[in-house]
Design a protein. Structure first.
Length: 94
């Protein structure tokens, strides 16, 4: 009777697909979706992860680039650096 429980657990694990046992895909965050909008004097890059707005990159024609980070759903906080960790490489810049 003691051996029935460990054997049943082992059989259950063997019948599960491998990807459900070691599900690493659900842990990693999705890539951000970027929407680009142009205004007369500014360009806006909206970064969304899983449909949630994470930050807005603002590139004005005059002045430095800045980021708008949502603070409580309706207000935004202005930051000088991005809060997202998105891999990006600059190959050429002139």
């Amino acid at each position: 009777m003691r051996h029935i429980l460990p054997v049943s657990i082992l059989l259950t694990l063997l019948t599960l697909p491998i990807h459900s046992i070691f599900a690493q895909d659900s842990v990693q965050p999705a890539e951000p979706q970027i929407t680009i909008r142009h205004d007369n004097n500014e360009t806006f890059y909206e970064y969304r992860v899983n449909g949630i707005l994470k930050e807005i990159k603002v590139i004005p024609k005059i002045g430095p680039t800045y980021y708008l980070i949502p603070s409580d759903g309706t207000n935004f906080i202005r930051e000088d650096q991005s809060q997202l960790l998105v891999p990006s490489w600059v190959l050429f810049k002139w």
